[in-house]
Structures are given as structure tokens and as C-alpha cells.
Design a protein. Structure first.
Length: 110
């Protein structure tokens, strides 16, 4: 199971919900997502394709749309995930076959 699917399942989506969300994300048409999500997806996509192309204005746009704390979350997690993908690819590490978090209840909403 891919890490994205695993995280979506942990967030509480069922199998059909995970499949639908992954198709929407991977399709590249993010118009059905909120504006802050679209900005975050564009930022992470640019960072994945060409990290050196990310400019201060990209970070400012992200912070302007999402707020400085959320922008830092997006930037940090995006960097971490891209790095981990590079490490996994370099060592040819396989993804887990099942959701290692299956059976854990999602966190209660306040």
C-alpha cells in the first residue's frame, strides 16, 4: 500500500474514499479542492519536479493562502516526503503490502 493511501486511511477514509481521493490528487485537476489545498498541491508539485525552482514568491504565496504555520508544515512535510522517496528509490525499498496502521481508531475530533 502506498504511503499516501495509508495516511488517508489513518485519517478515517474508507477504501472507496481513499481510492477516490488518490484519483483526484493524481489526476492533476485540483479544482474541486479548496484554494489553500490547491496552493499547497502546486507548491509540493513544483518542489518535487525541480526543488531549485522554488522561489521566495512561492513560499510567500503558500503562506499568504495557508498562513505561516501551515505553510511551514506543507514545506517541511513536502521536503521530508520527497527525501524519503529518493532514499526508498535509491535502496529499492518496497512499499508495505498492507496498511500497517489498520485497526487503529482515528483520533477523536474535539
Amino acid at each position: 500500500m502506498g504511503h499516501t493511501e495509508m495516511v488517508l486511511a489513518v485519517a478515517g477514509l474508507n477504501s472507496a474514499g481513499v481510492d477516490a481521493r488518490v484519483r483526484r490528487l493524481a489526476g492533476g485537476d485540483w479544482s474541486s479542492f479548496r484554494p489553500d489545498g490547491r496552493t499547497a498541491f502546486r507548491f509540493a508539485h513544483k518542489q518535487a519536479k525541480n526543488p531549485a525552482a522554488v522561489e521566495a514568491r512561492d513560499v510567500r504565496a503558500l503562506a499568504g493562502r495557508c498562513g505561516p504555520e501551515r505553510a511551514l508544515d506543507v514545506d517541511w512535510w513536502s521536503c521530508r516526503c520527497h527525501y524519503m522517496t529518493c532514499v526508498a528509490d535509491a535502496f529499492q525499498l518496497p512499499l508495505e503490502g498492507t496498511n500497517v496502521f489498520d485497526g487503529f481508531a482515528p483520533a477523536a475530533k474535539p
